[in-house]
Design a protein around this ligand. Structure first.
Ligand SMILES: C[S@@+](CC[C@H](N)C(=O)[O-])C[C@H]1O[C@@H](n2cnc3c(N)ncnc32)[C@H](O)[C@@H]1O
Length: 193
């Protein structure tokens, strides 16, 4: 996350309100907490992980959401939302719905950071899946297990721009690299309206 934010002179310390969407057991938010005075929220659809966060991370507010939207927040609540390794486990209809929902709860001009399995990770797919990826389609494994780690999605930048960018501007995209977690591609969007 730092690499991409630094490239655009965006500092966590400037935000008033931040959401970690798909926060899991708070792996990231506990580090974010040391670098900002922003009000911190975490949301995840796994109630056990949220219960753990509530018990162990007293600095934040944590909520369980359903597999599909909505979130419980009012429109335009957050300056910044991040979703690390979350869209990577959602099939297309849920990606579309969640992108609209995160747009709703972001303030105009607010930023959304998220990750995708992109080109550096397609080598492990079948030839048919790789061809589908190259045609700009979302490749989904174990689609019946949406939200679980076995359900993995692979998305080209072409797909992301065509299917997920509505209402946002694409600020930046970096293909996955070693220093980025698990070689996932990273995207930074800004809410336009
Ligand atoms: C690979 S883990 C990543 C957790 C955390 N973001 C991190 O980087 O450590 C994927 C997380 O996304 C959550 N998740 C999957 N589908 C979700 C959904 N529809 N809404 C919220 N969280 C979801 C899972 O419960 C899990 O905690």
């Amino acid at each position: 996350m730092d690499v991409l934010l630094r490239r655009h002179d965006i500092a966590l310390s400037t935000f008033e309100s931040i959401l970690d969407f798909g926060c899991g057991c708070g792996r990231l938010i506990r580090h974010v907490e040391t670098r900002t005075a922003a009000k911190l929220h975490g949301s995840d659809y796994n109630p056990e992980l949220i219960a753990w966060c509530k018990r162990n991370l007293p600095f934040g507010e944590f909520f369980t959401n359903e597999l599909a939207p909505p979130l419980q927040y009012a429109d335009a609540t957050f300056d910044f939302i991040y979703a690390r390794s979350v869209f990577t486990h959602l099939p297309q209809h849920l990606q579309t719905q969640w992108m609209r929902e995160l747009h709703r709860v972001l303030k105009p001009g607010g930023h959304l950071y998220f990750t995708m399995h992109g080109r550096p990770l397609v080598a492990g797919l079948t030839a048919e899946q790789q061809e589908s990826f190259e045609r700009g389609r979302l490749v989904v494994t174990y689609s019946s297990l949406a939200g679980e780690n076995l359900c993995s999605t692979y998305a080209s930048r072409e797909y992301v721009e065509r299917e997920l960018l509505e209402g946002f501007a694409l600020v930046d995209h970096l293909e996955g690299r070693d220093e980025e977690h698990l070689k996932q591609d990273v995207y930074l969007f800004r809410k336009q309206r």
